[in-house]
Design a binder for this molecule. Structure first.
Ligand SMILES: [Zn+2]
Length: 130
C-alpha cells in the first residue's frame, strides 16, 4: 500500500500533484521570495512545477505569486532574476510529451487546425541524439 503523499497545487497551472513533483517557493521572514528545494525553510510557501511553462506563468504574473505568498510588497527584482535563472535550468515541459515538440513560438494557435502536424512532429522526434 502506498503511503499517503501530500498533495499541493501548482500556482502556475493549478494542477494538484504530490509535493515531491513540485518546487516550493517560500517567502522568508525578511520578505524575500526564493526557491526552497528542501521544502523546509521557514516562511509561507507555495508550490510550482519544475517546468518552464509553470514558471513562466507565475513570473509573467508576479501578482499571482505575491498573492499566493501573501506578500505585501512588490517582488524584488533580485528575487525575480534568481527565479528566472532557475527556470532556465528546467525542461520546457515535462508534463505531457506532446508539448515537447513545439517548434514554433505560437504553439496554441495551430490547435484544431490540423492533426497531421502532430504526427509529423512525433516522427521527427525519433532522432537518437542526446
Ligand atoms: Zn504547474
Amino acid at each position: 500500500m502506498p503511503k499517503h503523499i501530500p498533495q499541493r497545487t501548482c500556482i502556475g497551472c493549478r494542477v494538484v500533484q504530490s509535493k515531491r513533483e513540485l518546487l516550493r517557493i517560500v517567502r522568508t521572514p525578511e520578505g524575500r521570495v526564493i526557491a526552497d528545494p528542501t521544502g523546509k525553510r521557514n516562511g509561507r510557501g507555495t508550490y510550482v512545477h519544475k517546468t518552464r511553462d509553470c514558471f513562466e506563468n507565475i513570473l509573467g504574473a508576479p501578482d499571482k505569486l505575491r498573492q499566493a505568498l501573501n506578500l505585501q510588497t512588490p517582488l524584488l527584482s533580485d528575487d525575480l532574476l534568481a527565479l528566472q535563472a532557475l527556470m532556465k535550468t528546467f525542461p520546457a515541459s515535462d508534463l505531457s510529451g506532446n508539448e515537447m515538440n513545439v517548434q514554433t513560438s505560437e504553439p496554441r494557435r495551430a490547435l484544431g487546425k490540423t492533426t497531421q502536424t502532430k504526427k509529423q512532429a512525433v516522427t521527427n522526434r525519433k532522432s537518437p541524439t542526446v
